[in-house]
Design a binder for this molecule. Sequence first.
Ligand SMILES: [Zn+2]
Ligand SMILES: [Zn+2]
Ligand SMILES: [Zn+2]
Length: 141
Amino acid sequence: MTNSNLTTKAEEILKAAKFNCTKAQVLLLKELLISDKPLSREELIQHMGQKCPDTVTVYRILERFCERGLVHKVYLQSRAWKYELGHNCTTKQCHPHFTCSDCGETFCLTGSSLPLIKDLKKGFVIHRQQVNIDGLCPACS
Ligand SMILES: [Zn+2]
Ligand SMILES: [Zn+2]
Ligand SMILES: [Zn+2]
């Protein structure tokens, strides 16, 4: 995808989710669009490089995106929140993630899904099921 196509795509997504197409929001969304795995705030900032808005702005945008479900927060073995677009998830569950215990690489298992948890004790309210699988990736196994 060319850079201008990517910008158009990012603007479409923002408009559909009723966000303004500010420069910072478009830039951040573009990074999430081209990434095939969830990114931490630090990684996002690093990828945006010189054009990156200040960190407070990045945090605020991510928060807003997450509040409206445009972006999903993923918690992986890295013990830090990572962020990715929610468009490969359903309202009930995120696609599973696979983290390699050898190289530490994380893979999005888009297209794979697991049955939703059953027989949950009374009182628990599920927002979204997220599953993280631990193992060896093709390169390490
Ligand atoms: Zn998700
Ligand atoms: Zn690996
Ligand atoms: Zn993912």
